[in-house]
Design a protein around this ligand. Structure first.
Ligand code: ATP
Ligand code: MG
Length: 423
């Protein structure tokens, strides 16, 4: 038997309903907030991610699936979506023709991390990006959107953490201050952070190791170092988001390590996930369009981790079961043919209908009908066929009636609709 690759998984039919529900809610909400879908390839030139994510990151240093194509091109399976969205924005000339773009995309990402619960090598994200808008209202709109998304799905313990990383003008002096603070804590940092405290000191602030978390507990906060423009921007983001009822957790330890990340940064965390507690992350990247060869254009976006979100929802209320509306239990070949045609008619009318192709006895078929969760079962046997009628049983109320075959599709469709309307 050939098996799955480690860190990759199949999303099986009993689970895909919840995935589709999450994606459906996201799609509707994003469209309501004025976003348009963009679909991008999963394979890009390695250079895009090396530049767009930054050489000095775990992703680029050790997690990318990279290979040389037959013609010698160096290609990588996308580890995230933003770089591709920005590439497309620049490549299609939106920077000049229509610089304000609100885009979303959904799909698989690939990172060769250590697989564990909530961490896979192929995982799925829902991404939203706003390009070409400097206003703090864009940041606030994303926070409102994210908050509404989680509350629509009924995730009760999602906390939106937010911070500002300032701009290069105020962040550089802050970095120097942070470096000298970290220099004094050298003895208490992990190996990784001993290196990063020089190259990328902000990264140390969100190191997951306990000793580093303790060491940075008293570190200076970026928000105390913001220049006037960045402070005003941050205040405007917070007040606009809070005016819409979004509860925010100010978190001075929340960072993204790269220079093109600016100002607002945020992460949604839940307690339901154990160590992998981040279910969405985002922020402003005002330097990225230029870094990828475009003119200076601001940007901000976020990514929701769908695998983790589905896990939370499944733990809260299980996976929704998919049930047919009508199940056909047919005895004998002639009845099977009649059932086949009725089931097809119902499916065409938008009613989920199922039949047992091979089932022989009535008892077995009724059992399967019950197990399927169907609301109605239609029983067709020789007697019924002879009299051009069918037995229709409501499996919830156990009430059974005889109905003429003529007009059965319409009458069943009507009854299914009534049952649904009455819950
Ligand atoms: P983490 O800190 O958990 O590694 P991250 O900062 O690498 O997350 P982002 O790059 O911001 O994550 O991606 C956004 C979201 O995608 C995360 O909040 C998470 O829900 C999800 N995610 C990231 N990596 C994985 C993975 N390997 N498997 C499943 N989901 C992931
Ligand atoms: Mg990660």
């Amino acid at each position: 038997m050939i098996r799955l690759i480690r860190g990759f998984r199949d999303i099986l039919p009993e689970h895909t309903g919840l995935w589709a529900l999450v994606e459906g809610v996201a799609r509707e909400l994003l469209e309501n907030f004025g976003f348009s879908e963009i679909r991008l390839p999963v394979l890009e030139h390695t250079e895009l991610f090396a530049r767009g994510i930054g050489a000095d990151t775990d992703i680029v240093e050790k997690e990318m699936y990279t290979f040389t194509d037959r013609n010698g091109d160096l290609l990588t399976l996308r580890p995230e979506a933003t770089a591709g969205v920005v590439r497309s924005y620049v490549e299609h000339g939106f920077c000049a023709s229509a610089p304000v773009q609100k885009l979303y995309t959904m799909g698989p990402m690939f990172r060769r991390e250590r697989p564990q619960r909530g961490r896979y090598r192929q995982f799925y994200q829902i991404n939203a990006e706003v390009l070409g808008v400097q206003s703090p209202l864009a940041d606030a709109q994303l926070l409102v959107l994210v908050h509404e998304f989680f509350s629509r799905l009924g995730v009760t313990d999602a906390a939106v953490h937010v911070n500002s990383l300032g701009c290069p003008n105020c962040r550089n002096p802050y970095k120097e201050e942070l470096k000298s603070y970290l220099a004094a804590k050298s003895g208490r940092l992990c190996q990784n952070c001993l290196r990063r405290k020089e190259t990328n000191p902000l990264r140390v602030l969100d190191c997951k190791s306990e000793q580093c978390a303790e060491a940075v507990a008293g570190a200076p906060s970026m928000t105390d170092w913001l220049c006037d423009a960045c402070r005003d921007h941050f205040a405007a983001v917070l007040s606009a988001a809070e005016s819409q009822g979004v509860a925010l957790v100010l978190d001075p330890r929340l960072v993204r390590g790269l220079d093109y990340y600016t100002r607002t940064t945020f992460e949604v965390r839940t307690s339901a996930l154990g160590a992998q507690n981040a279910v969405a992350g985002g922020g402003r990247y005002d330097g990225l369009v230029q870094l990828l060869g475009g003119p200076p254009r601001p940007g901000i976006g976020f990514a929701v981790g769908v695998d983790r979100l589905v896990e939370i929802l499944a733990a809260q209320k299980g996976y929704p079961q998919k049930c047919p509306d009508v199940y056909f239990a047919c005895l004998g070949d002639a009845a099977k043919k009649a059932g086949f045609s009725l089931a097809a008619g119902l499916a065409r009318a938008g009613v989920a209908a199922e039949m047992d192709f091979d089932g022989a006895g009535l008892k077995g078929q009724m059992k399967r009908a019950g197990k399927s969760g169907a609301r109605f079962v239609v029983i067709l046997g020789e007697d019924e066929l002879a009299g051009q009628k069918a037995q229709v049983r409501n499996l919830k109320t156990k009430e059974q009636t005889e109905q003429p075959m003529e007009g059965l599709v319409e009458s069943l469709a009507r009854r299914v609709k009534e049952e649904k309307d009455n819950g």
